[in-house]
Design a protein. Structure first.
Length: 92
């Protein structure tokens, strides 16, 4: 069951990562704080983080070790929370 969760998260991370890399201009009008180049770099950086997490998730899903699966889910939640908080600061 946890493998299914990991592969679903990998698929969503790939979609989100590619969207952040290719369609960063969609989010730029929302970001009031900072320079446009800095905001584009911010979105690009987290797009790359999400793609790296997706690649790690494929390995974790294949090997299916409980400790690494739980650590992967924990790190995924932490990176997502950091992105959410930083993005909210740039919006408000």
């Amino acid at each position: 069951m946890i493998q299914v969760l990991i592969f679903v998260s990998v698929a969503s991370l790939v979609i989100i990562g590619i969207y952040l890399l290719k369609k960063a201009t969609v989010f730029l009008p929302l970001m009031h704080n900072g320079e446009p180049d800095e905001n584009k770099q911010f979105l690009h950086q987290f797009g790359v983080f999400y793609l790296i997490l997706a690649a790690i998730g494929v390995l974790v899903g294949i090997f299916n070790l409980t400790f690494f699966s739980l650590f992967y889910i924990f790190s995924l939640l932490v990176i997502s929370a950091v992105f959410t908080v930083m993005f909210a600061k740039k919006i408000l």
